[in-house]
Design a protein around this ligand. Structure first.
Ligand code: GAR
Length: 226
């Protein structure tokens, strides 16, 4: 896939820092990447990720959820701006807002999310503190297609990160975040090029045997299998 016009058009939803957005964008600049980021939307006007996107010359829009009368109206506006930019896939990257089932159903299998835990464990907030409290020996992150229930949906990829004896929620979060930055672009690359497919609630990956270790972290699908 070489021509820019055949690349899948990605809209990214953020709420804050935007480090996963940066990772997705950097990968998009790589050779033959099958996707490009055409729009970034933040529900928080002050999000650092939004400023960063503008500095890169990416179309970036603040949609302050507090200015909408209802969740439905906010979600309708998200739908409108994504369609106006001819977005093919919405990638949530630290988007900390629950979405209505109406929006999720309109983007069925075309809206994905990264969550900093090994789903289906530790849905919701404070994942790392809860994981440490539970005494797990491995933690990680998951990229999944979005379904109406929070942090539910077919899992497209995961990275497994060792928990170290002296880990704090902060130290674990930092190691998981590094894995997120590798996993998310790789999964989006495979998903955008139909190498990861969702059939019903099952996910198939064209490469077959798909996990591999990279240093301390196990990735599935394997990184850089292209
Ligand atoms: C990331 O760790 C992401 O997995 C998490 O928020 C962080 C955003 O960081 N997302 C969620 O918790 C969603 N449930 P970033 O803004 O630097 O990408």
């Amino acid at each position: 896939m070489t021509s820019g016009s055949s690349r899948k058009r990605i809209g990214v939803l953020i709420s804050g820092r935007g480090s996963n957005l940066v990772a997705l964008h950097e990968a998009a600049g790589g050779e033959n990447c099958p996707y490009e980021i055409v729009l970034v939307v933040s529900n928080r006007p002050e999000a650092p990720g939004l400023t960063w996107a503008k500095e890169q010359g990416i179309a970036a829009l603040a949609l302050d959820h507090k200015l909408f009368r209802s969740r439905e109206e906010f979600d309708d506006q998200i739908d409108r701006v994504m369609k106006a930019s001819k977005v093919d896939i919405i990638a949530c990257a630290g988007f900390m807002r629950l979405m209505t089932s109406g929006l999720i159903e309109r983007w069925h299998n075309r809206m994905i999310n990264i969550h900093p835990a090994l789903l289906p464990l530790f849905k919701g907030l404070d994942t790392h503190a809860r994981a440490l409290k539970a005494g797990v020996k491995v933690a990680g992150c998951s990229v999944h297609a979005i379904r109406p229930e929070m942090d539910e949906g077919p899992i497209l990829g995961q990275a497994v990160v060792r928990v170290l004896p002296n880990d704090t929620p902060g130290s674990l979060a930092a190691r998981v975040l590094k894995a997120e930055h590798k996993l998310y672009p790789e999964v989006l690359r495979l998903f955008a090029s139909d190498q990861i497919k969702i059939k019903g609630d099952r996910v198939s990956c064209i490469d077959g045997a798909t996990e591999a270790e990279d240093g301390d972290v196990m990735y599935s699908p394997a990184l850089g299998s292209h």
